[in-house]
Design a protein around this ligand. Structure first.
Ligand code: CP
Length: 312
């Protein structure tokens, strides 16, 4: 495998690279369950988190992952930085670059910002979510979680339900699963299912059709009101009735032993009823724990400064 400086999306990863990160996530998961959780590989390295959008899971799990690997971590708080005085992203990056950080973990509302930063920095840039483009570490942690419960990917069926159009999670997770040999379906309100999807992605009109396809995993997405410019369905109540995991649908899911995944944060009463959170095959907390292991594997794998790209 060639050294890789940045992790910007799933599309540009080879299957070998993906399998390497998934394999490395396993021992890191064992490590974070031990009483002594810290190992030295990133001692002396500096990780900067740069979040222009809110986050609970991704930011904190990156911070924990970096600290478990003995790196120093600085959280750049956009709301109290000179960004609010009008400083541009490039000027912010030039300033942070001068501080000689080794990794920049960035989340931004506009697609492509992590790529821009990667071109201006010798630090390893990790995309922690950009617009509706990509969230590669979510894809990796989802694949790692599915591997734990299903063993392999070949022919496994995963239905992604909800606002696929606006979801960087759907893009990254469907891409990684397809690369690994799983079959992917999309289900949701018609206008929220992208027309430019890959030809091998199956779509459904009703939850009954979803069940008839016999998926191993139903992957629920959060309705992203903040990214929707138009009204795509009449009401949240109607969305729940047609596309949510209701109490009745949970009975079918339990009978068939289907796993439920969700990237979080969940909208209770919209994507799912409360009982889903305690259903024995709901993997939501496992996804959160695996997020630390997968992000440790990513930080350990990337090589800051190995490729200095040309400045724009
Ligand atoms: N899954 C996810 O990206 O969650 P956060 O927005 O809390 O980071």
């Amino acid at each position: 495998m060639k050294p890789r400086k940045d992790l910007l999306d799933i599309e540009s990863l080879s299957v070998e690279e993906i399998e390497h990160v998934l394999a490395q996530s396993r021992p890191f998961k064992d490590l974070i369950r031990r009483s002594v959780k810290k190992v030295p590989p990133l001692r002396g390295r500096h990780v900067l988190t740069l979040f222009y959008e809110p986050s609970t899971r991704t930011r904190s799990s990156f911070e924990i992952a970096a600290k478990r690997l003995s790196a120093d971590v600085t959280n750049f708080t956009v709301s109290t930085s000179s960004v609010v005085k009008g400083e541009t992203i490039i000027d912010t990056i030039e300033t942070l670059q001068a501080m000689q950080v080794d990794y920049i973990i960035v989340r931004h509302g506009s697609s492509g910002v992590p790529n821009l930063i990667a071109r201006h920095s010798s630090a390893s840039v990790i995309n922690a979510g950009d617009g509706n483009h990509a969230h590669p570490t979510q894809g990796l942690l989802d694949a790692f979680t599915m591997k734990e419960v299903c063993g392999d990917f070949a022919g496994r069926r995963v239905v992604i339900v909800g606002d696929v159009l606006h979801s960087r999670v759907a893009r990254s997770t469907s891409t990684i699963l397809r690369k690994l040999g799983a079959k992917v379906g999309f289900f949701g309100p018609g206008p929220l299912i992208p027309d430019d999807r890959h030809a091998d992605i199956v779509t459904f009109k009703t939850f009954d059709e979803v069940f008839d396809w016999q998926p191993e995993v139903i992957y629920l997405l959060r309705i992203q009101m903040e990214r929707q410019k138009d009204q795509y369905f009449p009401s949240l109540h109607e969305y729940h009735r047609l596309y949510g995991v209701t109490g009745e649908r949970l009975k079918t899911i339990r009978q068939r032993g289907i796993y439920i995944m969700h990237p979080g944060p969940v909208n209770r009463g919209v994507e799912l009823v409360d009982d889903v959170m305690t259903y024995e095959k709901t993997l939501i907390n496992q996804q959160v724990e695996n997020g630390i292991a997968a992000r440790m594997a990513v930080l350990h794998w990337l090589q800051p400064g190995t490729v200095m790209r040309e400045m724009d």
